[in-house]
Design a protein around this ligand. Structure first.
Ligand code: HEC
Length: 450
């Protein structure tokens, strides 16, 4: 049976469906909205325009009435407070540029693959955010001694029986003067898919901490233990043997971003002519800014420094470019690696982890330099084909086929996924379970990413 809560969120989602059109975005899920920026987005401008900015939503966009909206601050505070948007805007306005990157960016590039949105490079963007300091809001309520965590809750309502999306950050990060509660993005009111009217800005930290649609902030003297802290968004803190299951209790919440660079000007496997070309891309880091980007065009034997774009900010990305003429007709492995001011750099080999977070291995783009290049072909999108009725009836109530067709999983993984959906409210029965798993495992089997 659909709960009232479910019906409500479904209705809210349908009302708000078909939000602002997004230019050439890769749709990972149309409902709730998860869209990825294609590679060319890295090159267009220093600040990523809103219609090119990736969106990650666990739940549907909630309908928010700003007149009735309040921000509650409670927990280990002197006085619980409730602020209107006008009151919040009376606090000093702070503006900063920061990369926002999904913890799962690059998940689709891990081998073996795991369940989850199969992001490649573009669940990241460089935004200009403005709002109040979280520390100023907390000071208004007066923090009690012993605070260790600040937990955020939003107006969004879980889909089916999925747990509430709540995430916390350590108290120190909450008090950092760069941690904001933003009501503006790129000079506009925060768009609804980015958390209207208020979202967390945690510069240098992964997107799961940048909670959207914030309505309640809780100061805690213990670490919170909701699903998205205790089970999801956890990382072993080291690479583990690919394919190994790790008990969430042995992992830690995802925090800072990895240092990373993306080659955005060329597609892996494409032909190029034997004439001068510009290798271009963008690089970003954690709380320490990018200092150099080096590029190798000879499989990592030698590295040259790329020119960095003039525009820079502590938490922003750097665009970069390097002129290169292939010395002869040959097959080249081109790589880019960034270093930050602390001297941290990227790994040369992927560090696999069970949920596919923090993908920042040095990217390799193979280019075939030839006198007779064939035009580059963008990777084809999977075609859903005819979907059996049992799948349509059981699987398309909460999200569309896109959430399913991008997965690359073996039968065991699909069985686990179907059981998870059953826990989250899908009507999987002992009678239809095998048919579902058979279809999914045959139609969307594990396949290496080319
Ligand atoms: C009652 C609602 C509901 C139904 C019905 C449902 N799902 Fe889901 N599904 C979810 C939710 C919630 C998510 C996660 C959304 C998020 O966190 O972004 C999800 C995500 C997914 C994903 C993305 C990977 C992941 O684990 O996040 C896959 C694949 C998936 N579902 C498959 C299925 C299949 C197959 C069926 C049919 C057997 C199904 N779903 C039916 C609620 C549902």
């Amino acid at each position: 049976m659909l709960s009232r809560r479910h019906l409500f969120s479904f209705a809210a989602a349908s009302l708000l469906a078909g939000a602002a059109p997004k230019r050439g975005m890769i749709v990972r899920s149309s409902r709730a909205e998860d869209v990825e920026m294609p590679l060319e987005g890295f090159l267009e401008s220093y600040i990523t325009p809103i219609d090119r900015f990736f969106v990650r939503s666990h739940h549907y966009v909630p309908a928010v009435d700003l007149a009735a909206w309040r921000l509650q601050v409670n927990g280990k505070v002197g006085t619980p407070i409730s602020l209107t948007m006008d009151e919040l805007k009376k606090l000093p306005r702070v503006e900063l540029v920061s990369v926002l990157e999904c913890a799962g960016n690059g998940r689709g590039l891990y081998e073996p693959s795991m369940a989850g949105l199969q992001w490649t490079y573009g669940s990241v963007g460089n935004g200009r955010w403005a709002g109040a300091r979280l520390a100023d809001v907390l000071k208004k309520a007066g923090v009690q001694p012993g605070a260790v965590e600040v937990l955020f809750d939003g107006a969004d309502v879980p889909v089916g029986k999925q747990p509430e999306f709540q995430r916390g950050i350590p108290f120190n990060k909450a008090m950092d003067p760069n941690t904001l509660l933003a009501y503006e993005m790129n000079g506009e009111a925060l768009p609804k898919e980015h958390g209207f009217p208020l979202r967390v800005i945690a510069p240098g930290w992964a997107g799961d901490c940048w909670v959207k649609w914030v309505t309640r902030i809780e100061v805690r003297d213990t670490e919170s233990d909701g699903f998205f802290m205790k089970t999801a968004y956890r990382h072993p803190g080291k690479g583990v043997a690919p394919g190994t299951a790790v008990d969430p209790a042995q992992m830690k919440p995802v925090t800072t971003l990895g240092i990373k660079s993306v080659i955005a000007s060329h597609l892996d496997g494409q032909d190029i002519p034997l004439t001068a070309t510009k290798l271009r891309g963008a690089a970003w880091s954690n709380e320490s800014p990018v200092s150099i980007v080096e590029v190798s065009t000879d499989s990592g034997r030698t590295w040259r420094q790329a020119r960095l774009g003039k525009e820079a900010a502590r938490f922003g990305w750097r665009q970069w470019e390097l002129d290169w003429t292939p010395p002869q007709a040959a097959y080249y492995s081109v790589m880019a690696r960034a270093k930050n001011a602390l001297g941290e750099t990227q790994p040369m080999q992927p560090e696999w982890n069970p949920s596919g977070y923090g993908h920042n291995v040095v990217q390799v783009v193979r280019l075939n330099a030839t006198a007779t290049p064939k035009p580059a072909r963008a990777p084809a999108n999977a075609n859903a084909g005819e979907v059996p009725a049992v799948v349509k009836q059981t699987c398309f109530g909460c999200h569309g086929v896109e959430a399913i067709e991008q997965q690359r999983m073996n039968r065991t993984q699909w069985e686990r996924e179907v059981e998870k959906m059953q826990r989250w409210g899908a009507r999987v029965t002992p009678e239809n379970k095998d048919a579902l798993v058979d279809y999914l495992a045959n139609r969307y089997p594990y396949r290496p990413r080319k």
